[in-house]
Design a protein around this ligand. Structure first.
Ligand SMILES: Cc1cc2nc3c(=O)[nH]c(=O)nc-3n(C[C@H](O)[C@H](O)[C@H](O)COP(=O)(O)O)c2cc1C
Length: 297
């Protein structure tokens, strides 16, 4: 069964993509994910300067999913260039980038373009780094400005990753107006855990972002609403761990799905999901295009 799909001009062998921040810091880990069947991979978010990130613990498992506050730890775009060159190969590599403003985003994109990224994903959605991510993604003017600045600077597709807001469509429309080729929905939801014995918040940063199964219904609604309002590609992410989850996102209008937390449970989740989608299409006599957006009323 052919699962080849075109997302913003990139040919993907199947619609599963590694989400940003999961095993995406080195060429060797990106290659490991490629060999486990992903249709494309997104790197860890990369910025202008080296950042150590937040104090630990930076990630915990709760009964509802993972909580993380990594704090945009990254080696800087200078240091990441050689990893990117080495990671290039089997499937498209999308580089997630972040900055404090349009100028920083542009600097990072221009700094990395020589290493041959297949697309950029703008992190306008991280919920736990003051002045970055969601603080920009919640403001449609900033979203439009930053998207346009990167779009004008580089000649590869630009994806914009949005935070899960009730007004996500406003930010999505702003990204589209700024020239985005796709929007990616969603990043983690602001969340926390408290230790009742010590009476301290568990994460070093006090609060962080929730990911995994608990956020799937939220992400699905965001994708559904964006698909109804925008005419660029929508990439769904949040709580996908099975082919059934992936299919829900495709029925809500997603062109592809990114997978994060589930990779920690099953490195071969990409292959398992692709096989399940292929079986479903075969059983129903449909192809991917027939089902994409089919649930949108
Ligand atoms: C440990 C961890 C690190 C993450 N780092 C990033 C990041 O660097 N940039 C980003 O845009 N999203 C980051 N995310 C968010 C994921 O890409 C994804 O949007 C989110 O986890 C929801 O998907 P999931 O439920 O499949 O994990 C991170 C998530 C986790 C769990």
């Amino acid at each position: 069964m052919d699962l080849t799909t075109n997302v913003t001009g990139l040919q993907l062998r199947n619609p599963t993509i590694l989400a940003a921040g999961i095993l995406g810091s080195t060429a060797s880990s990106l290659k490991r994910v490629m060999s486990s069947g992903a249709g494309a991979v997104v790197t860890k978010s990369i910025g202008v300067a080296l950042r150590e990130g937040h104090p630990g613990p930076v990630m915990i498992q709760t009964e509802h999913g993972f909580l993380n506050a990594i704090g945009l730890a990254n080696p800087s775009y200078h240091e990441f260039t050689h990893e990117l060159k080495e990671a290039k190969g089997e499937v498209p590599v999308i580089v997630s980038i972040f900055g404090r403003n349009a100028e920083e985003f542009k600097e990072v994109a221009l700094g990395l373009i020589g290493a041959g990224p297949d697309a950029f994903e703008l992190n306008l959605s991280c919920p736990h780094a003051e002045g970055y991510g969601a603080s920009l993604g919640e403001d449609p003017n900033e979203v439009e400005k930053i998207t346009r600045a990167v779009k004008e600077a580089v000649n590869v597709p630009v994806w914009v990753k949005l935070p899960p807001l009730t007004s996500i469509v406003k930010s999505g429309l702003a990204a589209q107006k700024g020239g985005a080729d796709a929007v990616v929905a969603i990043n983690t939801l602001p969340a926390m855990a408290i230790d009742i014995e010590s009476r301290f918040p568990v994460l070093g940063n006090i609060s962080g972002g929730l990911s995994g199964a608990a956020i799937k219904p939220v992400a699905l609604k965001c994708v559904y609403d964006l698909y109804a309002a925008l005419n660029i590609d929508i990439i769904g992410v949040g709580g996908v761990s099975s082919w059934r989850d992936a299919l829900e996102f495709i029925l809500a209008g997603a062109s592809a799905i990114e997978i994060g937390s589930a990779v920690y449970e099953d490195m071969d989740v990409f292959r398992h999901i692709s096989e399940g989608i292929a079986r479903y299409l075969q059983d129903t006599g449909c192809d991917l295009e027939d089902v994409q957006g089919a649930a949108v009323r």
